[in-house]
Design a binder for this molecule. Structure first.
Ligand SMILES: Nc1ncnc2c1ncn2[C@@H]1O[C@H](COP(=O)(O)OP(=O)(O)OP(=O)(O)O)[C@@H](O)[C@H]1O
Length: 249
């Protein structure tokens, strides 16, 4: 049994406890190399890469926390472990309440279905009853600004339109924990501003938020605390301004 050191004063909504994640690193080989290895009865070489190494932190209910780090440091992997898309190889992850990550919301969209059908499908995946979705449908479409495109198959949507609808579904579901991964970098400036305002409103309503973004401006606006990850290790956890300064120096 591992002892969890509390880092938040409120009830935790997310606990990441000594978590490690490794990926198989497959090297690419030419057909010739693969054939020679096969005739010699040798296996094609592959080794593991540690994306997260013994990372621990807690996020209290209603807290808004940023996960910061350079490219490839392990931020998205952290969010995917919290949303349950990935399983840790070591340690444990606990969450309280209904958790949704914006990335998977988009991933749950079916290209052959219309925007309307996808709204119902994704809201259902996030645990909404059809009746509840029906009641919020007009608000979801209005926020996304998709307009008459709502009955078109989403394969004809631009990536911005797609993310607008995915984001709109996620924020109209009653969530306890919202995981936001770079979604604010999609869409034009007015839509980004609208999303930021909506996220602030959700935080005020007590939704717990974990945000991955490369924009220091966005994270300073949305979060009070920042966790810095470098090459899979947590190297800083504290005030957002200090976290951003830590990363930039
Ligand atoms: N499914 C996977 N298979 C193999 N390696 C992976 C996989 N997912 C992530 N990785 C590797 O793990 C490391 C961390 O990736 P991750 O996407 O978490 O980084 P990140 O901090 O979100 O980066 P970025 O800022 O570029 O989005 C990277 O080196 C990446 O190549």
């Amino acid at each position: 049994m591992t002892t969890i050191v509390p880092t938040t004063s409120t009830t935790p909504a997310i606990i990441v406890d000594h978590v490690s994640k490794r990926f198989l690193k497959r090297n690419t080989h030419s057909m010739k190399e693969a054939f020679i290895s096969w005739t010699k009865g040798k296996k094609v070489k592959s080794d593991t890469f540690t994306a997260l190494d013994d990372v621990s932190f807690q996020v209290g209910e209603g807290e808004s926390v940023a996960v910061l780090g350079l490219n490839g440091s392990g931020k998205s992997t952290t969010l995917k472990l919290i949303s349950g898309v990935l399983e840790p190889d070591g340690g444990s992850v606990f969450t309280r309440g209904r958790v949704a990550g914006l990335i998977e919301v988009g991933a749950g969209f079916h290209p052959e279905l219309s925007g309307r059908e996808n709204v119902y499908l994704n809201a259902a995946i996030l645990g909404m009853q059809a009746k509840e979705t029906q009641e919020r449908f007009d608000d979801i479409v209005a926020f996304s600004e998709i307009g008459e495109f709502i009955d078109q198959e989403v394969k004809h949507y631009s990536s911005g339109m797609f993310m607008r609808l995915a984001f709109s579904v996620a924020i109209h579901v009653d969530l306890d924990v919202l995981l936001v991964d770079e979604v604010l970098s999609v869409g034009d400036a007015p839509f980004r501003a609208k999303c930021t305002a909506k996220i602030q409103e959700l935080t005020e309503r007590g939704v717990t938020m974990l945000v991955v973004s490369h924009s220091s401006e966005t994270v300073k606006q949305l979060c009070h605390r920042g966790i810095v990850i470098n090459r899979g290790k947590k190297i800083f956890d504290g005030d957002i301004d200090e976290a951003v300064a830590y990363l930039e120096n």
